[in-house]
Design a protein around this ligand. Structure first.
Ligand SMILES: NC(=O)C1=CN([C@@H]2O[C@H](COP(=O)(O)OP(=O)(O)OC[C@H]3O[C@@H](n4cnc5c(N)ncnc54)[C@H](OP(=O)(O)O)[C@@H]3O)[C@@H](O)[C@H]2O)C=CC1
Ligand SMILES: O=C(O)C1=N[C@H](C(=O)O)C[C@H](O)C1
Length: 256
């Protein structure tokens, strides 16, 4: 995502790349971030430590790994810098740490920055309210073979939206995969199934199945640029905001 984000920043109005960070010790440190991303020289050298460039940017866009994001969060919170967080795979406790930091700095934190997924979340809320009490609900997601967390952050958010609409607690009703003598399905559960294969950018389907009919709501991404554009749009949207925890629903004015 780092390279795609640099490309998206180059195409965006109101945003420019002023710093780029890689893992400490990475062989990419010292290279030009623009050349690395294939958009030509930008005069921004990749560094291995966010602390080195804290004075050089207004908003940090972080799509890395929870370990790295939480280190960056602490630095940004103390330096009063805004963040856009796209990383997924946080524990509930780690999400609380992000929420606490947002009391001091503005943060957009979303498991999916595509416009289509955020519209899909609204459709899921409606479908759950209309069919949810009578339907078996299953969430199926597929991603590329390099993805390290499962289920995807988007699938989990979809589960939260559906569970909230039905007055259920996702942590109590989620079933993550099935094997062996599982017994018959409990109507109240919300099932998750994960596929990891090849270069799938990101597919999500939520299935509402009753005896006699079923509704399937599917979203598919074909380019990672979709996520990158949403993240850059969020960074620009943060603008003059001084603190608060937001997500892509806020950026798109989809909040009820
Ligand atoms: N919200 C959204 O819309 C989207 C979210 N994502 C999420 O973004 C994250 C990144 O995805 P993706 O770009 O595909 O992953 P990659 O593994 O391709 O990139 C992650 C980058 O973070 C670096 N990194 C990982 N761990 C650390 C660490 N502990 N310290 C410093 N740097 C670290 C990696 O370095 P190295 O290569 O050396 O390991 C790499 O440069 C994932 O959590 C993914 O789920 C992805 C797409 C869309
Ligand atoms: O790792 C990815 O690639 C993606 N991760 C996000 C997630 O976990 O939901 C968003 C998108 O589906 C791509």
């Amino acid at each position: 995502m780092g390279k795609t984000l640099i490309e998206a920043i180059q195409q965006a109005e109101g945003a420019s790349l002023t710093a780029a960070i890689e893992r400490p010790g990475s062989s990419l440190i010292g290279t030009d971030a623009g050349e690395l991303a294939g958009v030509g020289k930008l005069g921004v050298q990749v560094v291995g430590d966010l602390a080195q460039v804290l004075d050089d940017f207004d908003v940090l866009i972080d799509f890395t790994h929870p370990t790295s994001t939480l280190v960056n969060l602490e630095l940004c919170r103390d330096a009063g810098k805004a963040m856009v967080i796209g990383t997924t795979g946080f524990s509930e406790e780690e999400k609380q740490t992000i929420a606490a930091a947002a009391e001091r700095v503005p943060i957009v934190f979303a498991p999916n920055f595509s416009v289509g997924v955020n519209l899909t979340l609204k459709l899921l809320d409606m479908a759950a309210r209309v069919m949810g009490d009578e339907a078996d609900i299953e969430i199926i997601e597929a991603h590329h073979r390099h993805k390290v967390d499962a289920p995807s952050g988007t699938a989990l958010r979809m589960g939260e939206v559906v569970a909230d609409a039905l007055g259920r607690n996702l942590q109590e009703v989620a079933v993550y995969g099935r094997e062996g003598q599982t017994g018959a399905r409990d109507r109240n559960t919300i099932g998750f199934a994960t596929v990891r294969a090849g270069d799938v950018v990101g597919d999500h389907t939520v299935l509402f199945a009753t005896e006699g009919e079923r509704v399937e709501i599917t979203h598919k991404v074909s380019s990672r640029m979709t996520f990158a554009k949403g993240a850059v749009r969020s960074a620009v949207w943060l603008g003059e905001r001084r603190s608060g925890l937001f997500d892509m629903q806020d950026v798109l004015s989809l909040r009820d």
